[in-house]
Design a protein around this ligand. Structure first.
Ligand code: MN
Length: 206
């Protein structure tokens, strides 16, 4: 179990298997077109996490990372895929699908709570504790410190185990098919965000 740090791309030959990949991003903020992509985290569920950092002015020319993210044969696991899909598409120019989103899955089965944060899920479903202390830190600086690396890695560390548990609960509640339909729509939802419909729900009557 180790955290591997890379600049501007994954090394060749890393994460070349066929398993699902946990993916997360860190950016300069929540407005995708304004707030640049700083870090992409990826893990294949075998215990290692890979962090790819992009510098200010990066051209995001990362062929190894893009190939892994765009592989249509590998499911990408996210917590709130809508945001990460938009950031990845906007900055890296690839669609990182097919998708499994642990936040959507949680909302479909954990109807007894409105606490759907990653920290809540990891605590309740896996009995583990993660810190979100570095969530709002500066990901654009010249140095990503140890606490930031640990935080960034922990955001992808539990997604495989969460997926497994959430699938059990989705099956139990008869909502697996509905969840899959929601996951399949997420790339379009991210594109609506990028195209200017972020705050406007086109399914609402208004
Ligand atoms: Mn994160």
């Amino acid at each position: 179990m180790a955290v591997h740090f890379h600049e501007e791309d994954l090394p060749a030959g890393v994460l070349t298997g066929t398993s699902a990949l946990a993916v997360d991003t860190e950016t300069m903020g929540l407005i995708t077109a304004r707030d640049r992509l700083c870090v992409v985290q990826i893990a294949d569920g075998t215990g290692d996490e890979h962090l790819v950092r992009f510098n200010p002015g990066s051209n995001y020319d990362a062929p190894n990372l893009k190939a892994v993210l765009a592989d249509p044969a590998r499911v990408k696991l996210y917590h709130f895929a809508r945001f990460d899909l938009a950031a990845i598409e906007h900055y890296l120019g690839v669609l990182a699908a097919p998708v499994f989103c642990t936040k959507i899955a949680s909302k479909l089965v954990r109807t007894y709570t409105d606490r759907h944060g990653l920290k809540n899920l990891v605590e309740e479903l896996l009995g583990q504790s993660i810190s979100k202390q570095q969530q709002s830190s500066d990901w654009g600086g010249p140095v990503i410190n140890e606490a930031q690396r640990d935080y960034a890695a922990s955001d992808v560390r539990y997604l495989h185990a969460l997926r497994d548990e959430l699938v059990v609960r989705l099956e139990r509640e008869g909502r697996l098919e509905l969840a899959q339909a929601c996951f399949d729509f997420l790339p379009a939802r991210a594109r609506l965000d990028l195209a200017g419909w972020a705050e406007h729900d086109i399914f609402s009557h208004m």
